[in-house]
Design a protein around this ligand. Structure first.
Ligand code: ZN
Ligand code: ZN
Length: 361
């Protein structure tokens, strides 16, 4: 069966920082990590394009990017080789999110919360046991730890499901942890790749959903995502917004990496006591300083949330199947990776691009 698996995998890589800053990728082949029985090889069908890919390509994170870099960590494909220590079989349709490896033994790993494992390996830019740099999903194949791959239920299609692997689970995880559900009001800041999924997921969990945006341009989209029109808040003028909506939310989920988060002037005043303001996007700059008065005075939680693990993905798939949660996607051939990354950077995604090996030019 391994006869059809090439010695080298081929994908679209940012070759150096100069090209990465312009989101230019080119075809590049690499030797995957050394095979062992905890691993699986996946023939990739689709990979979503995540904001993290742009940050990584452009060397925008604190940890410098290792080039060449193949990004993409919203992968769905078919298992073509399965290590004997994995629960997978050849032919399984599986997804891999932002983690492709972890220790498999710690408390977090045992709970399927591998994003918290100290040995968590990024699906791209992680360093494998043999020293090689992990490469992501804009490629023909990938080799990952079997335990980090999640089986995709039959009734979920590849394209609208791929973005659940990172964007979806990134918002599902904190919504679950802070108990979004019936009787709770959830405000989602930013209607984009993460936000459009957060609105669907919070509603499916039973919460009343609100969208906070800087303009009214996405009000029709928000309505299609389950937000009542009167729950669409144009939060451009902090003072006016606070006047109308103070003490409203149990949860505010910040999904857009804004460089000037108005925490004490806007989000804290909008919260009900004991609520949580959750950051699940990573700006490239430091947060602005803020007064702690409202945070302390209302016993608020200012929380961060990092992606999600395999147990959360399995729960999210159940929820998605039951409530028809789908990412809004535009699918393009993998060969159009450069154009797609540039369009993503230009903010043109409504709301996610998916690169596909099965869709041709
Ligand atoms: Zn991501
Ligand atoms: Zn672990």
């Amino acid at each position: 069966m391994s006869a059809t698996i090439p010695q080298q995998f081929t994908g679209y890589a940012a070759m150096d920082e100069a090209h990465g800053k312009k989101y230019e990728v080119e075809s590049w082949s690499y030797t995957p990590q050394k095979w062992h029985e905890d691993l699986i090889d996946i023939k990739i069908d689709v990979s979503g394009v995540c904001g993290s890919c742009l940050h990584t390509m452009s060397n925008g994170w604190p940890r410098p990017t290792e080039y060449p870099a193949i990004c993409g960590h919203e992968i769905i494909g078919t298992v073509v080789r399965a290590g004997s220590n994995t629960k997978h079989a050849v032919g399984d349709r599986v997804g891999v999110g932002a983690q492709a490896g972890s220790c498999l033994e710690c408390d977090y790993c045992k709970q399927g919360l591998e994003q918290h494992c100290r040995k968590m390996q990024g699906t791209y830019q992680g360093i494998w046991e043999d020293g090689s740099v992990a490469q992501g999903g804009y490629a023909d194949f990938t080799r990952v730890k079997g335990q980090l791959a999640v089986k995709i239920p039959e009734n979920l299609e590849n394209e609208p499901t791929a973005p659940l692997m990172c964007a979806g689970v990134t918002v599902y995880s904190p919504l679950k942890r802070f108990q979004a559900g019936p009787g709770k009001k959830v405000g989602v800041v930013g209607i984009g790749g993460l936000g459009h999924l957060a609105l669907q997921i919070a509603k499916a969990m039973g919460a009343e959903t609100y969208a906070l945006s800087h303009s009214s341009s996405k009000i029709d989209d928000a309505e299609k995502l389950g937000v009542k029109r009167e729950n669409f808040i144009v939060a451009k003028d902090a003072e006016a917004t606070v006047k109308q909506w103070s003490n409203t939310f149990d949860i505010i989920l910040i999904t857009a990496p804004s460089e000037n988060l108005p925490l004490d002037s806007l989000y804290f005043p909008l919260m009900r006591n004991m609520g949580a303001v959750i950051l699940c996007a990573l700006p490239e700059t430091k947060l602005p300083p803020f007064f702690a008065h409202a945070l302390v005075g209302k016993s608020l939680t200012l929380a961060g949330s990092l992606i999600g693990g395999t147990s959360e993905l399995a729960e999210l798939f159940d929820l998605a199947a039951k409530h028809d949660i789908k990412a809004w996607v535009e699918t393009r051939p993998m060969s159009q990776a450069t154009q797609t990354l540039q369009d993503m950077d230009a903010g043109k995604a409504r709301y996610r691009y998916v690169l596909s090996n099965t869709k041709k030019d």
